[in-house]
Design a binder for this molecule. Sequence first.
Ligand SMILES: NC(=O)c1ccc[n+]([C@@H]2O[C@H](COP(=O)([O-])OP(=O)(O)OC[C@H]3O[C@@H](n4cnc5c(N)ncnc54)[C@H](OP(=O)(O)O)[C@@H]3O)[C@@H](O)[C@H]2O)c1
Length: 452
Amino acid sequence: MQPDGKLREIRVGLIGCGVVGGGLVKMLARHAGQLAANGLAFRVTHVAVRDTAKSRGVDLSGARVCANPMDVAADPDINMLVEVMGGNDIAVIAACAALTRGIPLVTANKHALARSLPRYLEAAGGRVPIGFEAAVAAHIPIIEVLEHSLGCEDLTLVKGVINGSTNYILTFMERAGCEYDAALADAAAKGFTEADPTLDVEGFDAAEKLSLLALKAFGTPVALERMHIEGVTNIRQVDIRLALELEHRIKLVAAARRVDGGLSLRVHPALVHRGELLADVDSEFNAIILEGPGFNQLTFLGKGAGELPTASAVLNDMVKIARGGTGQLPGIDRGPALPLADTGNLRLCYFLRMRAEAADSSALVASLEGMGLKVLSIARTTLDETNYLGVITDVVEESRMVGLLPGIRALPQVKGDLALLRLDKDNYRDIVEREQSAYFGASLKRQPGPRI
Ligand SMILES: NC(=O)c1ccc[n+]([C@@H]2O[C@H](COP(=O)([O-])OP(=O)(O)OC[C@H]3O[C@@H](n4cnc5c(N)ncnc54)[C@H](OP(=O)(O)O)[C@@H]3O)[C@@H](O)[C@H]2O)c1
């Protein structure tokens, strides 16, 4: 409320009125009373869409509707811009044009923000607020937590399952017992992927979100080209089955971790032990885990996409900025950016899948140990009348593991189809030892050593 008792009017320019934009218009109508009680009146006065003739099922009667995002961004009458159009070039130009004029921006467009961050920061000039909560894990308020609740923490880890499409695909492969292509087709039919699913399935969408999380958590802007990014397109049914045999599930994990030598940023499929919360995050859900010495661990779980969850995150940013908040960019200063660590130096546990006979498992373990790889667990499965073994190794440096692959491929026990995946955690030896001591405490049925 203004001193004279009048509502503060915020004239919103809206670029895009599809799933998220349409959801926002509905929410503004639904919450008008509550917003008014807090002194705010949002009016969507100018909207850009591709097809101005399309019926949208939302009330745009108070707005001019045009087909040019720049007309909205340059409109002298608006005092807030919401960009929920998506894409890169036009979205960036329009958003930056508004910022340069001093118009605050709320955006759900992680693609544009992650890839053109310096342009946004330059246009905002350190003074114009940008809210982008909806761009990362939609309704999980993780950016706000990093910006404000944990603004003074020295975080050590931000990790999560933050791409709903790939999580749906991996969950479907596990439940239906099918290969990747069939799961992708099901995800597309149910609207869980874009028309071109490349950004999702190749890991780029998760990487874009991770770069925004890392910016907030560590103050370190990281270009996507400098991150290790692998998608899920090479995951096969046999990997999922072997992982389950070994008490793991496969997830696309995005992780930014403080390590010796700086910051490591990686997106790749990983075996997550079934005792971990991330292993239970299914379908279109997202989860994010934060770690830091001041609070140990925090976990967030919620819907990472969808009309109302995303629109709600947009609306909350609009309210914060309208009430005088500074937005999440430029946001809190976390000191000098950390250098990026060399991925080759990371020490992880690995999963090896190969065509091999169960009868050869002891010889295989001996061969791997002869190469200096300690085997912690081994499992077998048969798929389409072909026998496979899956092996989990103890921690080893990534560059060394990759260097050993040609030698492993040439082993007499390995008949082909060799693939390498990482484990999410580097403490698998502790888990095995804990399981074995619990097991031997209860009964003496199982022998120590690799399992098959
Ligand atoms: N959907 C989600 O669950 C979700 C979650 C988190 C973040 N996001 C992000 O939110 C943004 C919007 O997603 P969405 O799902 O709402 O997309 P959408 O349903 O495809 O809507 C896009 C809107 O932008 C308009 N548009 C596209 N290109 C345009 C152009 N060149 N000029 C003018 N208007 C244009 C479209 O117009 P027409 O309607 O006429 O085609 C449509 O209204 C994206 O950046 C996305 O990554 C979405």
